[in-house]
Design a binder for this molecule. Sequence first.
Ligand code: PMP
Length: 442
Amino acid sequence: PRKVEAHSQLLGRRIATLGPYSPLFYREPLELVSGSGVWVSDRQGQRYLDAYNNVPHVGHSNPRVREAVAKALGTININSRYLTEQPIAYAERLLATFAPQLDRVMFTNSGSESNELALRIARQHTASDGVLISDFSYHGNTTSLAQMTTGLQVAEPLGDHVRPIRIPDVPQDASAQETASLVSSALAEVDRAIDLLTARGHRLSAVLLDPSFSTEGLPRVPVSYLRGLVERVHKAGGLYIADEVQSGFGRLGSWMWGHQRFGVDPDLVTLGKPMGNGIPIGAVVLPDGLLEEFGSRNQYFNTFATTAVPSSAAQAVLDVMADEQLAARAEQIGRALREDLTGYALTDPFVSDVRGQGLYLGIELTVAGEPAPALAGWLSEALRERGVLASRIGRHDNVMKVRPPLVFGSQDARTLASALEDALAEAAQGEWARHAAVGGRA
Ligand code: PMP
């Protein structure tokens, strides 16, 4: 009872101040009081393995991030219109991870701001405003991004200048011929979308894509599709904006940036979420030519961006990533975990697919061949009861989302796999169907 009381008291205060609409995970929201590495703890001292959060990229309460931030706060952290070293040192370090033509960076405070700015740059460059987006995606919360949100409930209607396209999801066992046919019909849709925008008076300005297609549920997207798409966008005069808020900073393992898995360089790259390990910082990475064009015509000013605290946190993230070889580790641990989980796909009646790359995996749940969002909701609660945090994604909300901090180790992967095995065994008893599934998604 004390647990419920203490808990509901805080929940009550939250609702009394923030209102009831700001989403929380779980039927009974989880109050966390501390975190370290891949572990978080609730008020009662119960520990949970964090297999979900990408903001604490190099681990909760990472000591190097803490020290870097404390140092900057204790020396100089001021309005971005003064010259300070940390943002510059970080910019040099960050740009070294991109293709040579992506040689400039503009700092922001969030993923939304980054996408907003990138679209504005593309709009001015192309003197037009047509935008292609995936038909189940999310890129941020500004007004213009709300007008291109297809994967989350928003009241704003889709903009007349926006056209959603379906990203092809190729089954794992598809033949080369089936793949080619899926790709060609998806590319025909791209052609139609560009024509439609042009006919409406909105020539193409940009395609905005998350290279991991995370909101979409981690579909298997052929390289030939992405190449064909970008070719068409360029031919129509538009720019390719890669939204690396989810897929960046080694999340997908082998590659520092998600777009690299398709071998096509974007015209603009947007960053956020894991960049500062919890300190708000985002960025747009772009070629000098685009920056020059935009910068010479706009007084773009952003108070907190390009300051010492966020860039010191971000620098510490890159330091830890390099010293602990976290991208390579994400590849290795993620691959082993995926193989392990794929075992379930072969034996468990509910697991129809395991997909994703690096430390971003999706476990698709179906019942009698149909997407099973209620089961996915039940499973995320069941994992919580077993001390593991995960969630779900996808257009049917039936793909369990495994996206832990990058310091997730092989023992952690085993802990997750065994909790999942145990929960799925309970699901097989039919327990899940007796509980209506609730709980938020990401
Ligand atoms: N792009 C993608 C792909 C995202 O997943 C998100 C947030 N989930 C955003 C942009 C927006 O980032 P922020 O919440 O930092 O504004």
